[in-house]
Design a binder for this molecule. Structure first.
Ligand SMILES: Nc1c(C(=O)O)ncn1[C@@H]1O[C@H](COP(=O)(O)O)[C@@H](O)[C@H]1O
Length: 167
């Protein structure tokens, strides 16, 4: 859900091509009624935009950052270097190396600059959004309830038996 004021979550990605993956984070936040803003920011192609975004993120009012990038995925780590806000990194699946490059670029941060690294692709984007919501829920009891309901619905949607029936 997009709002005129700064929302609590920033979803940033290195390229338009990452949106197919990162839209899963946006859809998950929509389901939880958590506001977000999605932006394209690249450590490589728009370094000044990256610097400005990360330096001003806290003052702008963001509380959590979800950052997705593929290949030489320096974006989440560079954002984390410039702000102490929680940063969750989503390795986008690359064509050349199936996202292993993205994962390794994001996960192995030096001690002192944390990036919470998620799984490659859609699962990572969904889970980054759920973690962002969990952080916000620490100070928002209504959101905590919505998160519990989301999990209950997930459980209820899992069938007891496979389609051919009980074994
Ligand atoms: N990894 C990064 C960064 C960054 O880390 O700042 N900026 C762009 N990219 C990645 O390049 C890939 C290919 O981008 P294009 O599809 O635009 O060629 C994308 O997955 C993007 O995240």
């Amino acid at each position: 859900m997009k709002t005129p004021q700064t929302p609590p979550v920033a979803i940033v990605m290195g390229s338009q091509s990452d949106w197919e993956t990162m839209k899963n984070a946006a859809d998950t936040l929509d389901a939880l009624e958590v506001d977000y803003e999605a932006r394209i920011v690249s450590a490589h192609r728009t370094p000044e935009r990256l610097y400005q975004f990360a330096k001003e993120a806290r003052a702008e009012g963001f509380k959590v950052i979800v950052a997705g990038a593929g290949g030489a995925a320096h974006l989440p780590g560079m954002i984390a270097a410039l702000t102490a806000l929680p940063v969750f990194g989503v390795p986008v699946q690359s064509k050349a190396l199936s996202g292993q490059d993205s994962l390794l670029s994001i996960v192995q941060m030096p001690a002192g600059i944390p990036v919470g690294t998620l799984a490659i692709g859609k699962a990572g984007a969904v889970n980054a959004a759920l973690l962002a919501a969990a952080v916000l829920a620490l100070s928002d009891p209504e959101l905590a309830l919505r998160l519990d309901e989301w999990r209950d619905q997930q459980s209820a949607a899992v069938a007891d038996y496979p389609v051919d029936g009980p074994l």
